[in-house]
Write a protein that binds this ligand. Sequence first.
Ligand code: SF4
Length: 98
Amino acid sequence: MADKSNVLWEKHRMYLPGMRQKAVHRCRHCKFFVAIKGKLETKYGCVVSIKAYGNLEKRIPPVIPVIEIIKQVGLEGLDKCLKCSDPEAQSCGKFSTK
Ligand code: SF4
């Protein structure tokens, strides 16, 4: 069993091909991470679950009005978008650079 307090062990992690880039990035570097502008405030969220943006059928603007998201996916979809609002969160498997 490896000693987890060993610094050398920590620095010799192995990644599957292509996974290193995803593991080192944060949500704020991802093209799906956008500002969602409401009437009174602007929040950040991830629009990968919205079909038009997730499939890259539509260009992803840096700021999207909240009403456009509600029209496409409703309030539940908006909640889902706002769940991934931490810009420092580790990127997921759908990460794509801006
Ligand atoms: S890394 Fe994943 S969770 Fe984060 S913004 Fe991109 S698609 Fe969304």
